[in-house]
Design a protein. Structure first.
Length: 496
């Protein structure tokens, strides 16, 4: 099916001035493009029909890679976005057989992929899915706080339905800002193939729809969706004021998450700043471990899971007993089935409960220790060096970054004779997060200097130095070295 579209896609590409390549591989930078990552190669049938009610696949004896991309049409796409239109395939495990049991299947999609240099400035993670937002209901809410600690306040998320499209953004941004993307993108979605989805993740844009599409008009419509998103992003970022190293962008916004961070940070006294983020997180992990044990998180979850699983086992036992009553001729076989079921189900339920309790405990600890430790390190380092904490969201909106990713924490002030910013940076454009330390200072020259150990860039009159470090080396020593390098590079770039 995909190979059968080769000629049509090549013709479409030629007519629009695009290059054509039969096979390649798109990077796993959005949720849709990460599907299948890490599952390995398997014998899998290619899904040729999937309308939500029935699915048909062919060619199940062929071994296929976990991810592959075909019929890549690259260049300036219709609508003016530089990107790629392609058929992308990933492996997934499904139960499509009438006899039961699951198998591997190759699920093809048609995608428009583009990297928007200023995409992360507009919004970090945004998705748009046609259809009304589904309601989530629950019979009960599990409270593990035990009244002994403040519940974790999550990073806020924006969610809205606009013109039949459900949009969500994490972290939440100004709704007016997001609606400026949702409006034109939603209008373009109305002309795209049904169930087309939009994903924008730190500047990586993916417009994706399940199935192989090679109709020229529909391909143009998918490109129009990408163009609408890109145009809205450009309009938003064009209105942002420029950064001025001498002018702070302002402190972090005062909201529930910030208040929760402040309360958590205060629970450990720091006579001297922690040496690193890891050191700070280790201290808060010890604190959070005690809090979780005191609330009995592990045992509460184990008990709840055991009750739920044994209720299921009891229901199954009752069904089997009823079957024995209704079919006495099958009494022996049904009793054997019941015994075998209990032999496997009871130990399995206990193992599942034990594992669930441990996972819940670890998640509870990490949800506190990691953000508290990062916040404590940043605050203590800033206080010790005479710097001020800045709002990373406002900084991200205004900074035309030459490096991928976004600032997680930002510090501003005198770095040692030069006023500028230091940032703890995260790049989530690949499956494994990259950590960087970044400095932004005034640049008197348009030429980036050669600074040993750092990547150097000049943009908008500012010198940007960046170094990728392991998570364990997000330390005061590394930040001090970055400060010195930034001050030295700024001085070296100043004309005599």
């Amino acid at each position: 099916m995909i190979k059968g579209s080769r000629s049509t896609m090549a013709t479409w590409a030629q007519a629009r001035g695009l290059t054509f390549e039969e096979e390649g591989l798109l990077p796993p930078v959005t949720d849709a493009l990460r599907l299948g990552l890490g599952v390995g190669s398997h014998r899998a049938g290619v899904i040729i029909k999937d309308d939500g009610r029935s699915t048909t696949a062919v060619g199940g004896f062929k071994k296929r890679p976990e991810r592959s991309t075909w019929n890549l049409c690259a260049g300036r796409l219709p609508g003016g976005v530089d990107g790629v239109v392609a058929h992308h395939v990933h492996l997934e495990r499904r139960d499509l057989s009438s006899e039961g049991g699951d198998s591997w299947y190759a699920a093809p999609s048609t995608v428009v992929f583009a990297v928007l240099p200023d995409g992360a400035r507009a919004v970090r993670w945004l998705t748009g899915t046609p259809g009304a937002a589904g309601g989530v209901s629950s019979m009960a809410t599990l409270d593990l706080s035990g009244g002994g600690s403040t519940p974790v306040v999550p990073v806020p998320t924006w969610r809205a339905e606009i013109a039949g499209v459900t949009w969500s953004a994490t972290p939440a941004e100004d709704p007016f800002r997001l609606e400026r993307i949702a409006g034109p993108a939603g209008a373009a979605l109305a002309d795209a193939p049904p169930r087309t989805k939009i994903e924008l993740r730190d500047g990586a844009l993916c417009v994706v729809v399940r199935g192989v599409i090679d109709d020229p008009a529909q391909l143009d419509a998918l490109c129009a969706v990408a163009a609408a998103v890109a145009g809205a992003v450009a309009a938003i970022t064009a209105g942002e004021p420029a950064l001025d190293p001498a002018v702070p962008v302002g402190p972090p916004v005062s909201d529930a998450r910030e208040a929760w961070l402040t309360e958590g940070v205060r629970q450990v006294a720091w006579p001297s700043p922690p040496a690193s983020v890891d050191a700070a997180q280790a201290a808060y992990r010890q604190l959070a471990e005690g809090m979780a044990r005191g609330r009995g998180v592990r045992w509460k979850v184990r008990l709840i899971v055991l009750i739920a699983l044994f209720a299921g086992i009891a229901l199954w036992t009752g069904i089997d007993a009823l079957a024995i009553m209704l079919f006495p001729d099958w009494k022996g076989e049904l009793l054997i089935l019941l015994v075998i079921s209990l032999v496997f189900l009871v130990p399995g339920a206990i193992r599942a409960a034990w594992q669930a309790g441990g996972e819940a405990h670890n998640d509870d600890v990490s949800s506190r220790a990691l953000p508290w430790g990062l916040e404590a390190f940043t605050r203590e380092y800033a206080a010790a060096r005479g710097l001020r904490l800045e709002d990373p969201t406002v900084f991200r909106h205004r900074f035309r970054s030459p490096i991928p990713g976004v600032p997680m924490r930002v510090l501003h002030g005198d770095l040692g004779g030069v006023t500028g910013w230091l940032a703890l940076w995260a790049d989530d454009t690949m499956p494994q997060r990259r950590h960087l330390l970044v400095a932004v200072v005034p640049a008197a020259s348009q030429t980036a200097p050669n600074v040993a150990g750092y990547g150097a860039h000049v943009r908008d009159g500012m010198l940007v130095l960046a170094r990728e470090v392991p998570a364990s080396e997000r330390s005061a020593a590394q930040l001090d070295a970055l400060r010195a390098a930034a001050v030295g590079a700024a001085a070296a770039s100043t004309p005599a």
